[in-house]
Design a protein around this ligand. Structure first.
Ligand SMILES: Nc1nc2c(c(=O)[nH]1)N[C@H]1C(S)=C(S)[C@@H](COP(=O)(O)OP(=O)(O)OC[C@H]3O[C@@H](n4cnc5c(N)ncnc54)[C@H](O)[C@@H]3O)O[C@H]1N2
Ligand code: MOO
Length: 398
């Protein structure tokens, strides 16, 4: 049995970013850059106005108000470079090229137009006001994004704005899910005595999809050593990560641990000092990762969020792998035996966190409405309202 901290450490130590692949920027949100990106051009590429108004030379403007003849117009998209002569003004719009010789833009609200001349009612006019300079955002050849950057919609806009169409990113892992259990039937079928609807695989697939992982396959087997082994062999060949749910405990029909050994998986740890999710197993074969998750649905999902998700994120090159963690005051008292650390389904707000009713590992009713987990170490077996506790925010909510 390992501690929660040891288990997390071992997961990270044994997980490395997957090799890079080339991806279209438009399809790279959620991926992590495997190589830095240098800007192929300066942005802005030309001097731009950031306001609708008039391009002037700031020294032409006097305190008593200045009349300047309007000699031309610069619109966004024009390919005609203009030059401003001293003592004149050029009508200009947001995003349009600033004429050569112009040193400032006066916004139209501070002007009056009459008979082809513009009256400037602003003083003083600062040199450079409302002008975006060439390279103000980024200069040609500058580092635009370092390797390791997580690509967001903002990143996509920035990259395409520099005409970067493809990037090298760490590929996403593919994941095989093995479901075991004689009692399990598919939702939609009629329920007979002793049967249970199989819901863990859909729950795990949903978490993977949410994480942007789409290469997923599911295999279901009965509690049979041969079938379990065969399915594991197949999933291992096809995927970077294999998740098994159920059959990992100590009963006569729990075959997953043995089958993993037969397939050549080296166990890194089995059993974590935590509740739920004690019988979690983490193993490796070459670079492939294996997690045998407990069958109890809430235990399975807790183990996914606390151990599998960080591993998947690390494979994709992310460094912020664990759920975001906060300290929040707990709203209700909570006590437990203190033999194992506890992870409680909870609802968190910016001001506090409330443990939900129904913490047993077979209960999903609480998970169905939780947005966070409270982590209580065994050394803190009793907490009072107002005491700060460690809160892990679930992915949907951050
Ligand atoms: N003697 C001991 N018994 C158990 C121990 C122990 O230390 N000593 N640990 C308990 C703990 S803690 C857990 S957690 C479970 C883990 O058991 P398994 O991983 O072997 O899971 P199963 O026995 O196959 O199933 C447990 C429970 O979950 C339901 N289940 C399983 N798979 C699914 C699924 N895909 N969808 C929905 N529900 C599922 C299953 O029907 C069982 O009710 O072991 C304890 N026992
Ligand atoms: O670890 Mo089990 O999940 O406590 O029920």
């Amino acid at each position: 049995m390992v501690t929660v901290q040891e288990a997390k450490q071992k997961v990270l130590e044994n997980t490395f970013p997957l090799p890079p692949e080339d991806r279209a920027v438009t399809e790279a949100v959620g991926y992590v850059l495997a190589e830095e990106v240098l800007s192929p051009l300066a942005l802005p590429a030309f001097r731009q106005s950031s306001m609708d108004g008039y391009a002037v030379h700031h020294e032409d403007i006097t305190p008593s108000g200045t009349w300047l003849p309007l000699v031309a117009e610069s619109r966004a998209g024009t390919s005609q470079p203009l030059t401003l002569a001293r003592g004149t003004a050029i009508r200009i719009f947001t995003g349009a090229p600033v004429p050569e010789g112009a040193t400032a833009i006066v916004i139209q609200e501070k002007t009056e137009l009459q008979d082809g001349s513009v009256h400037i009612q602003e003083y003083p006019v600062a040199a450079g006001q409302h002008i975006r300079n060439v390279g103000q955002q980024i200069r040609e050849g500058d580092l635009a994004m370092p390797a390791g950057t997580f690509l967001t919609p903002g990143s996509v806009g920035f990259l395409l704005g520099m005409n970067v169409l493809h990037v090298k990113v760490h590929r996403q892992p593919s994941v095989g899910i093995l479901v075991t259990g004689d009692e399990l039937i598919q939702p939609g079928e009629g329920l007979r005595f002793g049967q249970v609807y199989e819901s863990n695989s859909a729950m795990l697939v949903a978490t993977l999809l949410q994480e942007g992982i789409t290469q997923v396959s599911v295999q279901r087997v009965l509690d049979d050593p041969q079938a379990t082994r065969q399915a594991l062999e197949q999933l291992t060949e096809q995927h970077d990560v294999v998740l098994a749910t159920g059959g990992v405990s100590v009963g006569e029909y729990d075959f997953v641990g043995t089958a993993l050994g037969q397939v050549g998986v080296e166990t890194i740890f089995y059993k974590v000092r935590q509740r739920p999710g004690k019988p979690l197993l983490f193993g490796k074969k070459g670079e492939k990762l294996f997690f045998a998750l407990p069958g109890n649905p809430a235990a399975s999902l807790v183990c996914f969020y606390e151990y599998v998700l960080p591993a998947l994120r690390r494979l994709t090159g992310r460094t912020d792998c664990f759920l975001p963690t906060f300290q929040l005051p707990i709203t209700h008292p909570y006590s437990f035996r203190g033999e194992r650390d506890e992870l409680l389904k909870a609802t968190a707000t910016p001001t506090g966190v409330t443990p939900l009713e129904g913490q047993e590992s077979f209960i999903l009713r609480s998970f169905a409405v939780a947005n966070a987990l409270i982590y209580l170490p065994a050394s803190q077996p009793s907490v009072q309202p107002g005491e700060l506790v460690e809160v892990h925010l679930l992915p949907f909510f951050c």
